[in-house]
Design a protein around this ligand. Structure first.
Ligand SMILES: C[S@@+](CC[C@H](N)C(=O)[O-])C[C@H]1O[C@@H](n2cnc3c(N)ncnc32)[C@H](O)[C@@H]1O
Length: 190
């Protein structure tokens, strides 16, 4: 007969494991929830992701955006993920499903990511992280870089397009105030 204490311990362990997997990364900027398939389609469409693009997915999860951008759009993609189990899943998907030559992975905090070569930035993060990212985008992204965010807007920025059905916001990085020669972008509210 199975020991009820063992069953209880296993159930608690399973609940703790799921809670860790979904919520632990909240302290870094978002818990785990994969972007729904139709929202990913909308993000790639709105940003017009093409083979010439370098896409950076900030908080790559298990790769809902990363692998479709690389496989369906032919883009070069960098996925940045802080949570180690998800990072291993990403690495295994890249190893066995590829395309290895177009997918790079980085284990670490997205706020330290080098973004200077990005043409498109994708994210599905929680509101606090989006608020922190606004100034980061202004400081690090080139003028005109497309940013697509699922569900949460960038506070104080004006989206170029919004898909209200799939909850996707498209932005372009605006001119940096200290560098007026860059021209005027559409991203930030006056
Ligand atoms: C809502 S999920 C979205 C996952 C993925 N982009 C997708 O579309 O399926 C957010 C992901 O961001 C990761 N994350 C949260 N804060 C992070 C940070 N500061 N640096 C790197 N990854 C982070 C979480 O671990 C989680 O996997």
């Amino acid at each position: 007969m199975i020991d009820p204490n063992l069953v209880f311990a296993l159930v608690i362990l399973a609940i703790a494991g799921v809670a860790y997997f979904v919520f632990a990364s909240f302290v870094f900027g978002a818990g785990y929830q994969p972007t729904p398939r139709r929202a990913v389609t909308s993000m790639l469409e709105l940003a017009r992701v093409a083979p010439s693009d370098r896409v950076v997915d900030l908080g790559a999860g298990t790769g809902a955006i990363v692998f479709r951008a690389a496989r369906e759009r032919g883009a070069r993609v960098l996925g940045v993920e802080v949570e180690p189990i998800r990072f291993v899943i990403l690495a295994l998907r890249r190893r066995w499903g590829g395309p290895r030559d177009r997918v790079d992975l980085q284990w670490g905090n997205l706020f330290g990511t080098e973004l200077g070569d990005a043409d498109v930035v994708t994210c599905f993060l929680w509101p606090g992280a989006m608020a922190r990212l606004g100034p980061v985008f202004e400081a690090k992204l080139r003028l005109g870089t497309r940013i697509v965010s699922h569900w949460h807007a960038i506070p104080g920025w004006i989206p170029e397009k919004v898909d209200r059905v799939e909850h996707v916001y498209l932005y372009r990085t605006p001119r940096r105030p200290e560098n007026p020669s860059e021209g005027v972008g559409a991203g930030r509210a006056a």
